[in-house]
Unconditional design. Structure first.
Lengths: 192, 131
């Protein structure tokens, strides 16, 4: 794992995020990001909640095509998929031209350019929280991901890195994948 | 373009799927140091974008020069590829993969493999002489 220069991190534990109103995202898309945030909050003592206030949100999520004013234009289908800024900037941008798949086994897609949205969301949230790229191929923070690939579970490298910045969630039992999976299948305790 | 599930992808899109903007780099596989190939300048821009060539450099040529070779070695090390400094198939196939737009190296600094101490790449850094 790696950090941004100076190891910037958030100084509060309750962070809010907002989706760009211009994107008019569906509840299904928003649910993908909710799951992605959950994967990180399972292992660190931070929690994330959605807000409708663009002005007060800590994290702002938006889909853009091409040049969108931050000096890092997107390049159409595939190539660069998304980018995010270090704490406490809070901007997470995704390429609107990608073929984002929200549910299902993306590996079986006939569309060779299909990209799993949750996989990219989990990676970019890692940047928002202060992680840089990792050389560990199994990690979420590895820089590249092939199309038709799903990688959403935090690896040991990711967990060690993020817990170096924020410490461990007191409820973390050492298996983030299990915790999130339990919640998705409704077999968890439901205590949140 | 959002697809709630795989069955929601229209047949029309499956027939007319567009390619990766970096597919062009596939043509550069096998290029050798010291020679010149159309498109290498574009590859240098790619490596500069992700931090492997300093931002202070510009006006890239299509020459397979020391800067490109050094960038390749660092990239190969960061991605656990064979460190050859060459545009071998393994490296090119990795370069064209979709990826995050954040750079791997910021202001010359990284904690990926190439930034770790005691790495074996120190002997591969190119050397300069007065000229």
């Amino acid at each position: 794992y790696s950090f941004f220069t100076g190891q910037p991190r958030w100084r509060k534990q309750a962070l809010t995020y907002v989706f760009s109103p211009e994107n008019q995202l569906s509840d299904e898309v928003k649910a993908v990001f909710s799951r992605a945030f959950d994967r990180w909050s399972t292992v660190i003592p931070l929690n994330f909640s959605q807000t409708d206030s663009v002005y007060t949100a800590d994290i702002r999520i938006a889909f853009f095509s091409g040049d969108h004013g931050d000096g890092e234009p997107f390049d159409g289908v595939l190539g660069t998929l998304a980018h995010a800024f270090s704490p406490q900037n809070g901007r997470l941008h995704l390429d609107d031209d990608e073929h984002w798949v929200m549910t299902g086994d993306v590996r079986t897609s006939k569309l060779t350019s299909a990209v799993d949205l949750e996989s990219v969301a989990v990676h970019e949230i890692g940047h928002l929280l202060g992680l840089g790229h990792s050389s560990v191929e199994e990690s979420i923070m590895y820089p590249s991901i092939s199309s038709r690939t799903r990688k959403v579970e935090l690896a040991t490298d990711d967990i060690e890195g993020i817990q170096t910045l924020y410490g461990s969630n007191p409820n973390f039992n050492g298996s983030s994948a299990q915790s999130v999976q339990e919640r998705e299948t409704g077999s968890g305790s439901g205590s949140g | 373009h959002f697809f709630p599930n795989l069955t929601s992808i229209p047949e029309e899109l499956l027939k007319n799927a567009t390619g990766n903007p970096w597919d062009f780099f596939q043509q550069l596989a096998g290029c050798h140091a010291g020679e010149k190939y159309d498109g290498l300048a574009k590859l240098k821009h790619y490596f500069q974008y992700f931090g492997y060539i300093p931002n202070s450099l510009s006006n890239f040529t299509d020459d397979f020069d020391d800067y490109l070779e050094s960038a390749l070695r660092t990239y190969q090390q960061n991605f656990n590829l064979n460190v050859t400094g060459e545009l071998d198939d393994q490296t090119v196939n990795h370069v064209v993969r979709p990826r995050c737009g954040n750079p791997d190296i910021i202001n010359g600094s990284t904690s990926m493999n190439s930034g770790k101490t005691n790495n074996t790449s120190s002997s591969h850094h190119f050397h300069t002489v007065s000229h």
